[in-house]
Design a binder for this molecule. Structure first.
Ligand SMILES: NC(=O)c1ccc[n+]([C@@H]2O[C@H](COP(=O)([O-])OP(=O)(O)OC[C@H]3O[C@@H](n4cnc5c(N)ncnc54)[C@H](OP(=O)(O)O)[C@@H]3O)[C@@H](O)[C@H]2O)c1
Length: 301
C-alpha cells in the first residue's frame, strides 16, 4: 500500500489496536480514537506520532473526528456485563461511526471468532453457524459482536462503504492477550480453566502478523461486506501453550478441568491466505518473545 494514508484506529489504547496504531504511524497519518481514561496511554501513542482524539462511542461523540479518513480500522469494544451498554457501544455506535466515516475508501470492523456456535473440535469457516460462544465468561460479548456484524453489514450497503469484517482468533504478543494472562496465572500458581472436552484448541495470531496483514485486509473491503477469519496457521491448545510457558519459567501449570469455560474455537484461514497470505510467526517463538519482552527475569529456559 502507498504511504501517507490517513487512517483512523479506534480502540488504540487496547491490546490489539495499540501495536497497529503505533506501527502504521511510521508510514501513515494515524489518528487514534478512544476515551483515553488512562492518560499515560495517550502520551505513549502521541510519542509514537499518533494523533489522539478523545471520543466516547457510547455517547456517539464524533465531533472532533475528521470525516476524510482513507481507512477506518475499528477495534474498540465494550465488554461489561450490561447488555444495553454493550449493544450501544459495540453495535449502535459502530453504525454511527460508519455513517460519520462513510467517505472512507474502506472500513475494517474487528469482530471475533467468538461469534461461532461451539461445536467440539470442528474447524469453523466463515459460513459456520453463529452462537452465544462466550456466554460462560463474558455474557454480553458474543451476542453484541454478532449484533455489531449485522449493523456493519447493513451500513456497508446503506453507505456504499467497502467493508471487511475480520473475525479475529486469539491475538497475543508483547502487548498481552489470553496467553499472557495464563503466564501470570502460572507464575501465581493459579489453576487455569480448560474445557472437559479436551484439548481446548485455538488458532493463535501474533501481533506482528496482525500488523502486517491489517491494511491488506482493509484494502480487500467490498460491498456487501466481506467476512474473513483472521487467525494463525497453527491450532494450539491452552494445555500446550501453558505447558510451554510453564517450561520457559520453570513452573508446572495447574489446570481446572471444567465445562464452565470456553470450548475450542479453531478457524479455517483459507480466505485470509488468499487475500494477504498466511501468518508467519510460529507460536513457540511468539510466546517466547512475549515472555522475553514482558518478564525477562522469569525465564529459566
Ligand atoms: N483480545 C482478544 O483476545 C480478542 C479476541 C478476538 C477478537 N478481539 C477483538 O479485537 C478488538 C480489540 O480487542 P482488545 O482485546 O484489544 O480490546 P481492549 O484491550 O479491551 O481495548 C478496548 C478498547 O476499546 C476502547 N473503548 C471501550 N469502550 C469505549 C467507548 N465507550 N468509547 C470509545 N472507546 C472505547 C478502549 O479505550 P478507552 O478505555 O481508552 O476508551 C480500548 O482502547 C475487539 O473488537 C475485540 O472484540 C479481541
Amino acid at each position: 500500500m502507498a504511504e501517507g494514508r490517513k487512517i483512523l484506529v479506534t480502540g488504540a489504547t487496547g491490546q490489539v489496536a495499540g501495536p497497529v496504531a503505533t506501527s502504521l504511524a511510521r508510514d501513515h497519518e494515524v489518528w487514534a480514537a478512544a476515551r483515553f481514561s488512562d492518560e499515560r496511554k495517550r502520551e505513549a501513542l502521541s510519542a509514537e506520532g499518533v494523533r489522539c482524539i478523545a471520543s466516547d462511542l457510547a455517547a456517539g461523540d464524533f465531533a472532533e473526528l475528521p470525516r476524510d479518513f482513507d481507512h477506518v480500522l475499528h477495534f474498540a469494544v465494550a465488554r461489561s456485563s450490561d447488555f444495553d451498554g454493550d449493544f450501544r457501544v459495540n453495535a449502535e455506535a459502530t453504525g454511527a461511526l460508519m455513517s460519520h466515516c462513510r467517505a472512507a475508501r474502506s472500513f475494517l470492523h474487528c469482530s471475533t471468532s467468538g461469534v461461532y456456535q461451539p461445536n467440539g473440535h470442528a474447524l469453523f469457516t466463515e459460513e459456520s453457524p453463529l452462537g452465544d460462544n462466550h456466554r460462560v465468561m463474558m455474557p454480553t460479548y458474543s451476542l453484541s459482536k454478532i449484533a455489531a456484524e449485522a449493523v456493519v453489514r447493513f451500513a456497508a450497503r446503506e453507505f456504499d462503504l467497502p467493508t471487511t469484517i475480520v473475525r479475529l482468533n486469539t491475538p497475543y504478543g508483547s502487548n498481552g492477550g489470553w496467553p499472557f494472562f495464563h503466564l501470570e496465572m502460572i507464575k501465581k500458581g493459579l489453576p487455569i480453566p480448560v474445557h472437559s472436552n479436551a484439548p481446548s484448541r485455538y488458532t493463535l495470531l501474533h501481533e506482528d502478523d496482525i500488523v502486517r496483514t491489517v491494511l491488506g485486509l482493509a484494502e480487500a473491503a467490498t460491498v456487501p461486506a466481506r467476512i474473513v477469519n483472521w487467525c494463525g496457521q497453527e491450532h494450539v491448545s491452552i494445555e500446550e501453550w501453558c505447558a510451554y510457558l510453564g517450561n520457559l519459567i520453570g513452573i508446572e501449570p495447574v489446570f481446572d478441568v471444567t465445562d464452565r469455560t470456553l470450548e475450542s474455537v479453531m478457524t479455517d484461514n483459507r480466505r485470509m491466505r488468499e487475500l494477504v497470505g498466511p501468518a508467519r510467526v510460529d507460536w513457540r517463538s511468539g510466546l517466547r518473545r512475549m515472555v522475553e519482552e514482558r518478564h525477562p527475569d522469569w525465564l529459566v529456559a
